[in-house]
Ligand binder design. Structure first.
Ligand SMILES: Nc1ncnc2c1ncn2[C@@H]1O[C@H](COP(=O)(O)OP(=O)(O)OP(=O)(O)O)[C@@H](O)[C@H]1O
Length: 609
């Protein structure tokens, strides 16, 4: 299928592909790092260095907020508490026991990881407003804990913390600390960016849309949520460690809820969609705060924390008019380079042994699902064989999508059994069912709109890779990553989207997004494919191409269960059709039998039968 690549190309995609874009960005980045390195050597005021040190310290925390809130969709007001744990852990060890700051760093990370592992599993199951409220609760709890313990100095805190030293170098001046802080800040941004550009990163980004998509792709969502939560807490802890040795003292006030809100504000202002947003937000808040602290008293003739009021107004304006944050504007200034296609020679992914043609791969027996008093699916039997396309049709509200959710483990059965390759799978989470060879698409397309089509599809191959987050953060995952991207490209080419690899998925036309979902499902190397209205939004010739792909998959021995309102397509490709009405199975037969059935006609026309 050759889509209308001219008409469907994303806005700006042409610019994105222009050669020469990449050097411009690299040059800006190199210039930025060179300017940073040179700055402390120049005769700039000490105040500048101090402010930049604060920006670096804040940016480390905010990188964690971008991962946690921007990427995984888990809003936290409590990150300042983790900064406090890192700061106090090293503070106590340094002041009371004279322990090396480097051991203090390890102790801080250990304490923070334990706290996050304790809090995370308790709170991260919550959704909606409950999670942010819970983060406020533990943010407050940690603050009051730090403020009320005698050996932590209560509200006065701890003084006389030693400076960090490395070999013969002692980081005891603002300028020397600058290098230490910015080394950590740049490293934090780099490892976060590497993480996001990986199998684990895609799984983290899939969490933002709830858990259904991610679980269907085989992602253990709770594990990933806890993982990203702990990681964000560890970033905060490192910042706390640096802060304690930078200030040479700690007290509870910088670790309260106020600061937790500010970190979130920095992330929102800078842009939650990029790790560079963390740096932009930290810099913007610090610089605006400095200016306002001078400007407002000069204008009003009185002193006070008026900048807080101004920040409130800025936040409202940003949320109303610039939700993508400052970074997205800066990012748009230089054209973005296309991802280098370095996966062509990658090793192909292993494939699972396929069932024998004609063997029953998926079987539903007496499927039933009630929603309160409504029986959406009532005693439905169906079977899908390898190399068969089974259609599932019925008027709106007949229970087709609910049946899909039951078969794929998104919804629990009220009664009945589901067998995949002859083994019971009912009651198992959808990620386990996916791991056993069932893949699906959704009636309402689910995707990560700001991620490229290629990466969205590579998410489908999640279970075919095993590289963890730590290896990705150290960029040790490249051979496997290339194999995953090679598979994604191959499946996109198969459904006719080979021209759209680098576009943001959200820019695709609706019909093409459905094709992208099919490519994503195929990436998991399934034995059974559940397609929910794949032809909705497709043009005539695209439907024909879709039918060709379905027949080809059938030829390869795939079992396909297809929900589709386009009767031409259904009658063309299905081997057998199950008709549902009011949650029950009305009949099953060949397309010709279904077409000839007066009961089916009556069900669609809404007349008695
Ligand atoms: N989560 C839910 N809670 C309550 N009722 C639900 C829920 N999901 C579906 N239903 C109801 O179950 C019935 C079957 O819905 P379902 O979406 O499975 O039908 P469908 O055949 O897929 O319809 P359509 O072709 O319009 O997508 C409908 O009456 C619907 O309102």
């Amino acid at each position: 299928m050759k889509p209308h690549s001219d008409t469907l190309r994303a806005p700006g995609a042409g610019i994105a592909g222009r050669s020469g874009a990449y050097p411009a960005r690299t040059a800006v980045l190199a210039l930025f790092v060179a300017a940073l390195l040179a700055l402390p050597l120049l005769p700039v005021p000490e105040f500048w260095i101090t402010q930049l040190n604060y920006i670096g310290l804040y940016a480390i925390v905010v990188v964690g907020v971008v991962l946690l809130t921007g990427m995984a969709g888990l809003t936290s007001f409590g990150q300042a508490a983790f900064v406090g744990l890192g700061a106090y852990a090293t503070g106590v060890l340094s002041v009371t026991y004279g322990v090396s700051p480097w051991l203090g760093l390890l102790a801080g990370l250990a304490v923070t990881a334990c706290a996050a592992l304790l809090i995370g599993p308790l709170t991260l199951r919550m959704s909606g407003h409950y999670l942010p409220v819970a983060t406020i609760a533990w943010g407050l709890a940690v603050f009051y804990l730090l403020s009320s313990i005698d050996w932590l100095g209560k509200y006065d805190g701890l003084m006389g913390i030693s400076p960090v030293s490395l070999g013969g170098l002692v980081f005891d001046t603002g300028r020397s600390q600058f290098y230490l802080i910015w080394a950590f800040a740049l490293a934090a941004m780099l490892v976060a960016a590497w993480l996001l550009d990986s199998r684990s990163g895609r799984a983290i980004r899939a969490l933002r849309d709830g858990t259904v998509l991610a679980e269907a792709m085989g992602v253990n969502t709770l594990r990933y949520k806890i993982g990203v939560f702990v990681l964000a807490a560890l970033f905060a802890s490192v910042s706390g460690w640096l802060f304690a040795h930078f200030q040479r003292s700690v007290n509870p006030s910088p670790f309260g809820l106020n600061m937790g809100i500010q970190y979130l504000f920095m992330a929102v202002l800078g842009g939650l969609g990029s790790v560079w947003g963390a740096l932009t937000g930290a810099a913007a808040v610090k610089l605006i705060e400095d200016q306002l602290q001078v400007l407002i008293p000069a204008l009003l003739g009185r002193t006070g924390s008026f900048e807080v009021i101004a920040f409130g107004i800025i936040l409202v304006l940003v949320l109303k008019y610039a939700r993508q944050g400052i970074w997205s504007f800066l990012d748009g200034l230089a054209p973005r380079a296309r991802r280098k296609r370095d996966w062509a020679e990658a090793a192909p992914l292993p494939v699972r042994p396929k069932p024998e043609r004609g063997a029953v791969v998926l079987e539903g027996k007496g499927l039933r699902r009630q929603f309160g008093g409504l029986v959406a699916v009532n005693d439905v039997d169906l079977a899908v064989r390898a190399g068969d396309i089974v259609g599932l049709i019925g008027p709106n509200g007949a229970g087709k999508s609910t049946t899909f959710h039951l078969l794929s483990g998104v919804l629990a059965l009220s009664a009945g059994e589901i067998l995949l390759h002859g083994r019971r799978v009912d009651g198992l989470p959808s990620r386990t069912i996916a791991s056993r060879g069932l893949a699906r698409t959704f009636q309402h397309v689910k995707m990560i709109p700001d991620m490229s089509v290629l990466e969205n599809v590579a998410l489908g191959a999640h279970l075919r890779g095993g590289t963890g987050a730590l290896r990705s953060m150290l960029r040790l995952d490249r051979p496997q990553e290339r194999s995953l991207l090679r598979e994604a490209e191959a499946q996109l080419a198969r459904v006719g989207l080979g021209d759209h690899l680098h576009e943001p998925a959200g820019n695709l036309a609706m019909g093409l997004q459905r094709l992208m979902e099919i490519a994503r499902a195929l990436c998991s190397d399934p034995a059974v494919l559940l397609l929910d209205e794949p032809a909705a939004g497709l043009r005539h010739f695209e439907k024909q191409a879709l039918a060709k792909v379905l027949r080809q998959l059938r030829g390869e021995g795939m079992g396909i269960l297809l929900v589709e309102h386009d009767m031409d397509l259904m009658m063309n490709v299905a081997d057998r059709i199950v008709v549902m009405e009011f949650g029950t199975r009305l009949m099953e037969g060949t397309p010709a039998e279904v077409r000839a059935s007066p009961a089916v006609r009556a069900a669609y026309l809404g007349t008695e039968h």
